[in-house]
Design a protein around this ligand. Sequence first.
Ligand code: P6P
Length: 318
Amino acid sequence: MIVTVQQHILEQQQQHYPEADGTFSWLLSGITLATKMIQAKVRRAGLTDILGASGDINVQGEVQQNLDIYANEVVQHCLGVRPSVAELISEENEEPITFERTGDHGRYIVVFDPLDGSSNIDVNVSVGTTFSVLRQSSEGALQPGHQQIAAGYVVYGSSTILVYTAGRGVFGFTLDPAIGAYVLSHDNMKMPAKGDIYSVNEAYADSFPEHYRTYIADLRKSGYKSRYIGSMVADYHRTLLKGGVFLYPPTAANPEGKLRLLYEANPIAFITEQAGGKAIDGTGRTLDILPKSIHERTPLVVGGVSEVEAFEQIRDRR
Ligand code: P6P
C-alpha cells in the first residue's frame, strides 16, 4: 500500500491541523513539483549539454553551474504561483523575491538552496535542494530557526529522496520514476543516538579552533570512520540514517563557518531535533540563532546526542 507525499501531508494536516485550509499542503506540493523537475535535469545533465559553468557568479562568489540557474528558476516558478507565498529567499539571489499578495494570501516565506553542492555536478556526485518554511512576519526571514513551520531537503543520489518535517516527526519519501510520485519509504525517521562515522573536511584542520581538533582526534582514537562527500545534503543524509557527526567548523577562509544559516543549517537542525539528534553552532543551539542577514554563515556541529555532547564536553573543558 503506497503512501505518496501529497497523501502524507494531507493526513498529517487532518490529524494535527484540522482547521488548516490546505494552503500549506498546496505550498509543499509546489516544492515537490520543483524537485521532480530538477531531478529530471540532474539525471540527464551530461546528456543535455547543460554541464559546465554558465560563467556567471552568484552572490556567494561561486561560479554558477547551468543547473544552478535552472533549479533556481524552477523553484521560483513553482512557488511563485502559490498565492500563499509572500517572499522567496534563494542562495542564488542577493535580495529576497517578494510577491504583492492581497487578503489572507501571502502567509509564508520560503527560504531555499535550489542546488546545494552544485560544484559536484560535473563529477556526478550527489547534490541536493534544501528548503525552510517560515510564517510571514515583520522581521521577514530574519527569524530564529525554531520558528520554522516546515523544513526539508531532496538528495539527488543513487535514488531521489525527499526528507521533511512539519514539526511532528521526520519522514522520507523515495521518488518512484515509474509513477512520478514520492512514495513514503522512511516513516518517522530517528537519528541513531550514537554512530561510528565523523564527517568534516580535514584539509582545513590546521585552522580549526583547538577544541575541534581535540574532538576529531578523540573520535579517531575511538575508532570512528571518516566519510566526507563535500555535498552537505549527502553528508547530512548519511548522518541522519547512520548516526555519527557532520561538522563544518570555523576556518581561516570562513571564520564564521561556510554553511549558510537560513537555508543550510536551519533546515538540517530542525530535522535533526525532530529526529532526536542535536545541532549547534559550536557554542549554542543552531535553532536559537537570531539571523542578522539572509545569507549569513554559521559553524555547524550536527549529529547524534552522544557525538554532539562529546563535543560540548571537550569545548567546556577549555
Ligand atoms: P568544502 C557546497 O558548496 C557546500 O556549500 C556544502 O554543500 C558542502 O558541505 C560544503 O560546501 C563543502 O565545502 O569547503 O569542504 O569544499
